[in-house]
Design a protein around this ligand. Structure first.
Ligand code: SF4
Ligand code: SF4
Length: 178
């Protein structure tokens, strides 16, 4: 179980992300520009402050680390040159490494299915991606109508496209897992 407060959190986040959230002056530009702020339990500028306060449990257990789409709008808007998206990405990686139960169960599941698809074929195939995600999430039927419509309009290719040299793709996965 992770501690609610960790005096080491700030140093670890700084070392891993190369950013200094403690320099944030709470102007809020990152949060107001975030397209997903309506769904977050902790806003990006609040995340920066909580890192400074060592609030590890709240941050790693937050919905925000999974809701964040890594679009980097916050980073681009920060007048203080803080890579807010990079800090959030660091927190997401720490949560995974420390085995924290994700506040958004299906988002990390989708990430895993997406990466599994890329690892297997080198490209995204909608039937493989959606088939694996729907199976593992246990929600098999909710989007059937949409899938049928997309098939009718030729938006989904049933035969997956595969890259020529899948060994190269596998090697990338192997290298990045070290
Ligand atoms: S990177 Fe995440 S926090 Fe930043 S603007 Fe995009 S969704 Fe919001
Ligand atoms: S935009 Fe930058 S300085 Fe302003 S609150 Fe966000 S992280 Fe802090």
């Amino acid at each position: 179980m992770i501690n609610a407060f960790s005096p080491a959190l700030e140093g670890e986040v700084e070392e891993r992300s190369g950013e200094k959230p403690r320099l944030c002056y709470q102007c809020g530009k990152c949060s107001t520009g975030c397209l997903f702020n309506f769904a977050m339990d902790i806003l990006p500028h609040q995340m920066m402050k909580l890192v400074h306060y060592g609030q590890k449990k709240r941050l790693l257990g937050s919905h925000t680390i999974w809701i964040c789409a890594a679009c980097e709008t916050c980073t681009a808007r920060c007048p203080n040159d803080i890579d807010v998206a990079g800090v959030i990405d660091t927190l997401r990686a720490m949560a995974l490494e420390e085995g924290v139960k994700p506040a958004e169960r299906n988002i990390p599941l989708f990430h895993a299915c997406f990466l599994g698809n890329i690892q297997a074929t080198g490209r995204i195939s909608e039937p493989i991606l959606m088939g694996s995600y729907k199976t593992f999430s246990g929600d098999l039927v909710s989007d059937i109508g949409l899938a049928v419509e997309m098939l009718k309009k030729g938006k989904i290719k049933l035969i997956p496209s595969v890259v020529k040299d899948r060994r190269k793709v596998r090697r990338i996965f192997k290298e990045t897992k070290r």
